[in-house]
Design a binder for this molecule. Structure first.
Ligand code: ZN
Length: 109
């Protein structure tokens, strides 16, 4: 699964550095095999939509991540949907720390 060229073009247009583009390709390769914690795989078209929107940047700590995961903002175990409106790119440390909480619950801990 190769990253789609329009994703890279969009990142370039947004001023991404070469380092960011390499990170995006690497993140894409890893995200191609992403499995959420409940064992369900995320559809490729949904994954691509989230990556095209977020790039290889963790939505929670705003850092380029080398351990990209897809996180359900509203946890799947609590009824959150597996679609682009409820999924964000997250680094592994943030995803692990958030657990099955909403971002508001996590920040309020
Ligand atoms: Zn993070």
């Amino acid at each position: 699964m190769a990253i789609r060229s329009e994703v890279l073009r969009a990142m370039l247009a947004a001023g991404a550095s070469a380092e960011m583009l390499v990170a995006a390709v690497e993140a894409d390769e890893k995200l191609a095999h992403v499995v959420v914690l409940d064992g369900r795989t995320i559809p490729v078209d949904v994954r691509d939509e989230v990556l095209a929107r977020d790039g290889p940047v963790c939505r929670y700590c705003q850092r380029v991540t080398s351990t990209p995961q897809l996180d359900h903002v509203m946890p799947w175990s609590r009824g959150g949907r597996t679609d682009a409106t409820n999924l964000v790119v997250s680094c592994k440390p943030c995803n692990t720390a958030k657990k099955n909480r909403t971002p508001e619950e996590w920040r309020g801990e």
